[in-house]
Design a binder for this molecule. Sequence first.
Ligand SMILES: N[C@@H](CCC(=O)N[C@@H](CS)C(=O)NCC(=O)O)C(=O)O
Length: 204
Amino acid sequence: MKLYVADKAPNPDRVRYFLQEKGIWDKVEREEISIMKKEHKEAEYRAISPLSQVPALVLDDGTAITESRAICTYFEATNPEPNLMGATPKERAVIEMWDRRMELTYLLPVAHWFRNAHPAMAELEKPQSAEWAEISSGRARKMAEFIDLHLKSTTYVAADRFSIADITLFVALGFGRIMKFKPWEDLPNLAHWRDRISERPGLQ
Ligand SMILES: N[C@@H](CCC(=O)N[C@@H](CS)C(=O)NCC(=O)O)C(=O)O
């Protein structure tokens, strides 16, 4: 089995924190793919990840799994403790709901904003759209306010305990810093949650 990851990239980081929380990060063989050197576009890697995206997990039988959440699903099944994706049908559904919200309505707008506005992405995102960057930053800001309101009445993002949904939000907040987007500076519940979460050994 081999896990393909990329340094300082949010989706590989989601898997990294997930495996660190499970205490198995150092047990998984890994290979670093450089996005800036466009290694993810090379034929050898495209044979594993046809959409040229990192992370990817190749199992011993050759099965290639992309999509960060799908990779986490695999490790959740093979290494059930600590449980990070829900232990009962209700918990699984609630955690998945919040995790997808964190990914689709927060992490993704931040990613679109970065890809369309940051000079470092000019080579990879052709053409960059200033208008799309503006729309995406507005969506990310609005969602940060929604999350802050949610965190007023809960300790964790989902199911009243630490889960993959907290990991996705933590990664998305960290990623936003590249656009100097630090919503926790104005949103107290988000700030409080972030302070608590940041201390976890698995999130270092
Ligand atoms: N939905 C995918 C997204 C993966 C993704 O976008 N990965 C980024 C790195 S964070 C990537 O490979 N970008 C390279 C590119 O788009 O050229 C997942 O959850 O794994």
